[in-house]
Design a protein around this ligand. Sequence first.
Ligand SMILES: Cc1cc2nc3c(=O)[nH]c(=O)nc-3n(C[C@H](O)[C@H](O)[C@H](O)COP(=O)(O)OP(=O)(O)OC[C@H]3O[C@@H](n4cnc5c(N)ncnc54)[C@H](O)[C@@H]3O)c2cc1C
Ligand SMILES: *[C@@H]1O[C@H](CO)[C@@H](O)[C@H](O)[C@H]1NC(C)=O
Ligand SMILES: *[C@@H]1O[C@H](CO)[C@@H](O)[C@H](O)[C@H]1NC(C)=O
Ligand SMILES: *[C@@H]1O[C@H](CO)[C@@H](O)[C@H](O)[C@H]1NC(C)=O
Ligand SMILES: *[C@@H]1O[C@H](CO)[C@@H](O)[C@H](O)[C@H]1NC(C)=O
Ligand SMILES: *[C@@H]1O[C@H](CO)[C@@H](O)[C@H](O)[C@H]1NC(C)=O
Ligand SMILES: *[C@@H]1O[C@H](CO)[C@@H](O)[C@H](O)[C@H]1NC(C)=O
Ligand SMILES: *[C@@H]1O[C@H](CO)[C@@H](O)[C@H](O)[C@H]1NC(C)=O
Length: 625
Amino acid sequence: MARFLAPLLLAAASVHSQFIHNQLPVGSSFGVPNENATYDYVVVGGGTAGSVVAARLAQDGRFSVAVVEAGGFYELENGNRSVIPGYDFYSSGPTLAGVNPLIDWEFMTTPQAGGKNISIHYTRGRCLGGSSARNYMVYQRPTVGTMQRWADVVGDQSWTWENVLPYYKQSSTLTPPNTKLRMANTTTYYDASVFGKGPLQVGYSNYIAPFATWVNLGWKQAGDTIRTQGMQSGELLGHSILPSSLDAQSQERSSAQTSYINLAMKATQLTIYTHALAKRILFDSTKTATGVVVETRGLPFTISARREVILSAGAFNSPQLLMVSGVGPAATLQKYHIPVVRNAPGVGQNMEDNPFFAVNVAADLPTGSSYQNNPALFAQAIADYNSDRTGYLTSAGADIISFQKLSNRSELGISAHAKQALSWLPDDWPEAMFWSFAVWIGASFGSLPPDARNYGGIVGSITAPLSRGWVTINSSDTADLPIINPNMLTDPTDQEVAVATVRRIRDLLATDAMKAIAPEGEVFPGPNVTSFEDILSAIQGQYFTFAHASVTNKMGLSNDRMAVVDSKARVFGVNSLRVVDISAFPFLPPGQPQATVYMMGEKIADDILHGESGTSGHESQSMSS
Ligand SMILES: Cc1cc2nc3c(=O)[nH]c(=O)nc-3n(C[C@H](O)[C@H](O)[C@H](O)COP(=O)(O)OP(=O)(O)OC[C@H]3O[C@@H](n4cnc5c(N)ncnc54)[C@H](O)[C@@H]3O)c2cc1C
Ligand SMILES: *[C@@H]1O[C@H](CO)[C@@H](O)[C@H](O)[C@H]1NC(C)=O
Ligand SMILES: *[C@@H]1O[C@H](CO)[C@@H](O)[C@H](O)[C@H]1NC(C)=O
Ligand SMILES: *[C@@H]1O[C@H](CO)[C@@H](O)[C@H](O)[C@H]1NC(C)=O
Ligand SMILES: *[C@@H]1O[C@H](CO)[C@@H](O)[C@H](O)[C@H]1NC(C)=O
Ligand SMILES: *[C@@H]1O[C@H](CO)[C@@H](O)[C@H](O)[C@H]1NC(C)=O
Ligand SMILES: *[C@@H]1O[C@H](CO)[C@@H](O)[C@H](O)[C@H]1NC(C)=O
Ligand SMILES: *[C@@H]1O[C@H](CO)[C@@H](O)[C@H](O)[C@H]1NC(C)=O
């Protein structure tokens, strides 16, 4: 990889894919950016969704397409840290310690009311592939009921499970587990029929934490069902071993860059501007987006779009770019003297996310702590990975996940009020998520284990959160970071479900399977932490996130004044501008979102190629509001 694009490290450049043969660059293709060029489509953000849209539009062959990306290639700028699955937790913790600014935006949240006023680092990838280059790699799709609700709230039945399944399929390829290299004592269920031959590689690591095999048994003993379709076929309730966004052969991360961008570089005319920060979207007098102002090493230039600008800068930067360009809450824009193109009060609002909290036990098995405590064991893991792609470092960490309903378990004590607040949920939409995670979390993600014992953990989250956060601008310049307030765990129902999640983890720890490997029982928060208030206080002290920030440019109906885009991702009230990324979700589906981000990229690219005009169909209505 080191030979790849090496001249780019410090200079910004445009990468013309027609110059790339067999993935090897030819000298003249790099260097001075193509200033003031015009393309049919300009995609802002070469992250998860942006890579999909750009690659599919370019692949069609009729159109010229450019991508504007603030970062570069993570393989060059972060070594193997974003490539090797076992390193995925590096520099994605709650503080900026050790964070590499070449591939991270260095976002910090405001002090969190639901988390003892703690401010946390909020990881987002600043590189081609975006957050798909930084995430924990779990690949999983939502439920049939979730997608029916999506279709209903956006008023477009093309979003039902049946209608989006083809896009999930065409985005991904599943490689079955290597049963020769993986431990044989845990059966992996999967449904190959819901995968196609798409660019994203979905596969299984050649290692499962032994701890997870006991959690698997434990969930069964605690009355949780085994989900035999592997959580890709529209059903989630129960537990399963999940695959990762991983190339099974190389046991390396599969990101939107290694999949879609590499494909496009080989086979299309895509032009990619790296190390190029989008500053502003330009509108003409008819409120039509005509291009993007970009800055590279202090040099501003303009990239023009003949057909459309597609904003794929993610949950924080897409609303920021809209606001600095004049599309957002009028009062906010006026505060920073930004001319209002369109008063859109929903821009930056409605943010949803999944909190992260954990219970730890000491286990009589090797876990992540064993590798932390024993340099020889860790050296062996590196040698195993480097020699034949086996062992501990092939695993991204979350082996077995359970999705459950908790409000109908009377012993967990969820109140009638909270049950009422959750009554809108479809039957198949879980309320809580449980990851088997064989590391120490303790009082804070990233903290050191208290002693040399082997710690394992169960990480919990709530998957139907009612708390809502926001993101807003701190200046009219995208070089200044936006202000981010996830605001998780402030809604009383969310607090009740979170406490019930910890209580349900204790059901698991009480099973014979878990007692066999963790006879001492719970170490953190500890057996004395039993009242609602004490459990909640422990959760809030650990305040952290699964980094699923979403819905900050909500998709919805034209008569919903908080909706920012229509069901084809077109921004209401302006022309030739779409938002295609997780900010445009109408709500956060249960569990891990990346599969759905890829699906959305495929679906909207298909809409564009099949001639949906860039102007929202509800133009007259939305202009009058
Ligand atoms: C630590 C972590 C763990 C996660 N774990 C999982 C998991 O296990 N499974 C799962 O499904 N999901 C997981 N996620 C969530 C998932 O990765 C994200 O939701 C998804 O990648 C978001 O895709 P996106 O296209 O919306 O944004 P991104 O992929 O973040 O893309 C946005 C892109 O826009 C670029 N950009 C932004 N502003 C500008 C600008 N002004 N000019 C130019 N470029 C710009 C960025 O650099 C970036 O490349 C995790 C996320 C993180 C951070
Ligand atoms: C691009 O446009 C900018 C501003 O309009 C101008 O300063 C610059 O010289 C132009 N660059 C080229 C290469 O034409
Ligand atoms: C958090 O900060 C607010 C505002 O400064 C303050 O009122 C509140 O008491 C603080 N809460 C905690 C738990 O420290
Ligand atoms: C599965 O096999 C591994 C490796 O031999 C072992 O460490 C683990 O305890 C086994 N799990 C169960 C549930 O038997
Ligand atoms: C990752 O890169 C480092 C630094 O170049 C190297 O020492 C190591 O062997 C590589 N592989 C693994 C598995 O860490
Ligand atoms: C709770 O509801 C879910 C979904 O309807 C169902 O699968 C589960 O069996 C119920 N659990 C209990 C304890 O009733
Ligand atoms: C907002 O900008 C002000 C002044 O430039 C700065 O002091 C402050 O830290 C910024 N806030 C955030 C959350 O970045
Ligand atoms: C539980 O015990 C630990 C260790 O003795 C102590 O630090 C903690 O404050 C106790 N918590 C509660 C809620 O009693």
